[in-house]
Each structure stands twice: as structure tokens, then as C-alpha cells.
Write a protein that binds this ligand. Sequence first.
Ligand code: BTN
Length: 264
Amino acid sequence: MDFTEQALAGRLSGRHIGNSIHFFNEVESTNDIAFSLAIHGASEGTVVIANRQTRGKGRLNRLWQSPSNCNLYTSIVLRPETDPVFAPQITLLTGVAVAELLSRRHLADVTLKWPNDVQIGGKKVCGILTEMKTTADRRIDFVIVGIGININMRKEDFDDSFRESSTSIKEETGGDISRLEFAVALYDHFEKWIAIWIQQGFSPVGEAWLTYSHMVGKRIQVASHGNIQTGEMTGIDDDGSLLISDDSGTIRKILAGDASVVKH
Ligand code: BTN
């Protein structure tokens, strides 16, 4: 079936995530559109989806390569009643939803790399960019969850700088994937994990996240603003930060950075 707003609306009818759909052929960034819709009152569950982004945003001011007709670029509006300090849990929850979806599609070796990458065989297939607006009294006004998944992109189409470190579902399975089917399944899994998080709190999300993490118990390094911290990854904290045990055995919390396993 075609990848159109009408087809998507038909498949998402009655769902919470996708109760309002904004479908575009081309945008600068679905996150920016969702942010502006949320400022103007868009309800929780509103989704923005585009065939192409001209300025797709990645974490740490990086660009997210977003060519037309092959991948999924979507942003979801949430209005959770939680303290802003726990908003990073939503990034982790989204990673779990995507990793579970990929695993159910029989993709082997699906892992989560803190804070926001989903990988297949150690190569990045999905990035998540969560942005938030708070109110004057320090509550969450809304959170935008941006998800980019490389679906049918071919290896030769990746920019040189990420070709070796990235992959797509097509590269891993050999077959063309329907973006419509995949988007519907993604919103379903996301809706399921949001419900678990609201009803049971972070604990099941954190546990599921750790089952997909290949770094727990390993010696890792985390680079942040030119500073590198090294230690054994022991877990993640309730505020979504990474916990490492440094060489003196002190547990340190890391709020942001790029983590990698130290090779011997
Ligand atoms: C990262 O890995 O650095 C995060 C990448 C997030 C990309 C997605 S694509 C849909 C949404 N719109 C954006 O501009 N960025 C996110």
C-alpha cells in the first residue's frame, strides 16, 4: 500500500499515538514541525511524518541524513505528567520500543547504545532525538520524540562519514520493507511502552533497556565536550543517565556523551 497520509490514517484509526497525523513530502525537520504544532496546542499522540527532510537534526547538532522515498522520519508529541528530570526516560523507552520491533522482525543482534542509538550488528540503524518544553513553574509542557530509522537505504547512499558505521533494515534483510507497515508497527510498539511506563513506572523500561545493551559490565569510555571518562558500565539511573564504576570503584553518573566499548 502507498505511503500516504490517507493510508496511514486508515491503519491508525482509534489509536492514541497517531490520533492526529501531519504527513509531508518534504520538511526541514519533523521535530521542528511537531514542536511548533505543540506550541499551538497539538494534543498528545499527534504525529508528524515526512518522506524527506532537508535539515534532519541529530543529537549534538549533527545532521541526520534524510533522503526521499526510503526511510522513516517521524516525530511524536507527548504531554507526560512527570518531572522534567525524568524526561530522558522517554528516549530510553523509545529505544526499547524500536529494538523490540526489530527483534520481532527476526533481526539478529539488535542492541541499544546509550543514550539514543539502536544498532544491528553494531551499526546504527535508528537515532532518537527528544526535545522538551517546560512551563514557567518547571513542569513539562510537552516532549517531542523524533525517530529516524534507516529502512530501505542502500549502503552506497550513506554519506562517506557514516557508511561503515550505519546500516538499514534492507541491508540487513535483503528485502524491501513497506514504510507504511513499519510506521504502523512502530507507533504500536511505542504506544505499548508508553502505557507500561505510565502504569508501572521506569523499572520495566530500564530492565528491558539493559537486556538490549551490550555495554553492561564492559569497560567503556564516554566522550563529552573533549573530556573522556573511563570505567565499567554498571547500569542506567532513573534520570536516564549512564552509571559507570571508575578505576577507584566510585560510581559516576554521566548525563551526556558518546559511549564506546574500550577495545583491548
Ligand atoms: C541522533 O542519532 O543523533 C538522533 C537522530 C534523530 C533523527 C530524527 S529523524 C525524525 C526527527 N526529525 C529530526 O530532525 N530528527 C529526528
